[in-house]
Design a protein around this ligand. Structure first.
Ligand code: KG4
Ligand code: ZN
Length: 408
């Protein structure tokens, strides 16, 4: 089965193609699935949004609308077509334009004069992110998926973005594209820590009995205010670093470490001693704000101050995440750990998480660099995991859900 994944929940326009096949295991009874990545493309809008210091939803919507069809043309070059031309292409496209036209001007414009759409590709299923994320951005991906589904008569399945971050961590992305592999096996119950620009969540993962997701997910902790990535981005802004700020803070922190620069302030470790598994990062941002203000007043807002503060900030976040993740593993008797979301690219955090897994003697799954940020490969993988019943839904019923929860 070939699956096209579509991801537009934030500021990355992403498409991916994967292929799956059933395999019999050694005892010939159990049947598993193998996956093969055909291609994964991510078009980042980060530079455009950096002028606004964060993602600007209307701009994200417009950019997704302009980028999707050209990205599709590019990705389909890696897929043999069915050699079947659409029998009523112009007529179907006209109907779709009437149906979706009003709110999707840019997207519909991009559908004009692109003859490649007339060749029906060898795709069996389309998987699209339905939430959580920025609703105007999500709607572009959903409308695009629905249009392709109707144009080519392919079922469309809606996917939760956070489940994508979970399942994406189970793929061995170091394998070259084209080679077959199974997803890494997760010992259950598992703890997932999802850390991105919009989310900071601890999730208990169990067997998927009676749910329509790949696993059963229960939210066991979350942020009360800012997400970790958001805190990184806000702190970076205060230190006059570009958006997205996480990698910049991380670079400065590393320089402080290498150059043995001592931080000039001590930042709080919010909620580190609270008995629950919740987080709060807005106070940390305020502490950075005050430290910057004081340094400016004292004329000390220079490179060394910034490096020291970036280091202390990263340490504070690491201490809090470390403590809460350990607590979560203990509370649920976790047998493995999954880390997902853009912030998992951070090397200091990765080392901390690895140490936790080592201390508890359990496996840990972290996404490779390519899969830590938003991408469509993870969306295609989740779409592939659904039974074919779920593909019976009417694609017109798929709606963007900006605050969609993973746990039910
Ligand atoms: O998952 P993601 O790509 O998009 C969302 O769904 O939010 O996460 C983006 C977030 C941004 O806040 C960015 O600053 C952060 O991930 N990030 C990092 C690093 N790389 C990306 N934060 C800390 N250290 C990094 N190396
Ligand atoms: Zn994400």
């Amino acid at each position: 089965m070939v699956i096209l994944g579509i991801e537009t929940s934030c500021d990355e326009t992403a498409l991916a193609l994967i292929e799956t096949r059933k395999i019999a295991s050694d005892n010939k009874n159990a049947v598993g699935t193998e996956y093969r990545v055909i291609q994964s493309l991510v078009h980042s809008q980060a530079e455009l949004h950096s002028a606004y210091g964060g993602v600007f939803p209307t701009l994200a919507k417009r950019e997704h609308s302009k980028n999707l069809v050209p990205l599709l043309e590019k990705i389909l070059k890696d897929l043999p077509a069915k050699n079947k031309k659409h029998s009523s292409f112009t007529q179907t496209l006209n109907t779709l334009q009437k149906q979706y036209g009003e709110q999707n001007f840019d997207l519909l414009e991009s559908f004009k004069n692109v003859p490649f759409l007339e060749n029906i590709p060898n795709i069996d299923r389309i998987a699209v992110t339905e939430g959580p994320g920025l609703e105007p951005a999500l709607w572009v991906g959903i409308t695009f998926a629905r249009m392709l589904g109707e144009l080519w008569n392919i079922p469309v399945v809606p996917v939760n973005h956070m489940e994508g971050h979970v399942i994406g961590s189970l793929l061995d992305d170091d394998k070259p594209y084209g080679s077959w592999q199974q997803l890494k096996e997760l010992s259950l119950p598992a703890v997932a820590l999802l850390i991105s620009g919009g989310h900071t969540e601890l999730i208990k993962i169990e067997d998927s009995k009676n749910t329509d997701r790949a696993f059963k997910y229960t939210l066991i902790g979350q942020t009360r205010d800012d997400a970790v990535g958001e805190a990184f981005d806000k702190a970076a802004r205060l230190l006059e670093l570009p958006y997205p700020g996480g990698p910049h803070i991380s670079k400065l922190a590393h320089e402080a470490y290498e150059q043995k620069i001592e931080p000039s302030v001590k930042l709080p470790r919010p909620m580190i001693n609270s008995k629950d598994l919740n987080f709060s990062f807005s106070g940390l941002k305020t502490a950075v704000l005050y430290a910057v203000r004081d340094a400016r007043t004292a004329n000390k807002f220079g490179d060394n101050f910034k490096k020291g503060l970036a280091y202390e900030f990263e340490q504070s976040v690491s201490d809090v995440l470390d403590s809460k993740l350990r607590q979560a593993v203990e509370n649920i008797g976790g047998q493995s750990i999954i880390i997902g979301g853009g912030v998992s690219a951070n090397h200091v955090l990765r080392k901390r998480f690895q140490k936790i897994a080592y201390d508890y003697n359990i496996p840990i799954f972290m996404p490779s660099q390519h899969l830590s940020g938003d991408n469509a490969l993870m969306i295609a993988l989740v779409g592939a995991s659904y039974s074919s019943d779920k593909t019976n839904i009417n694609s017109k019923e798929i709606r963007a859900d900006g605050t969609q929860k993973l746990s039910r």
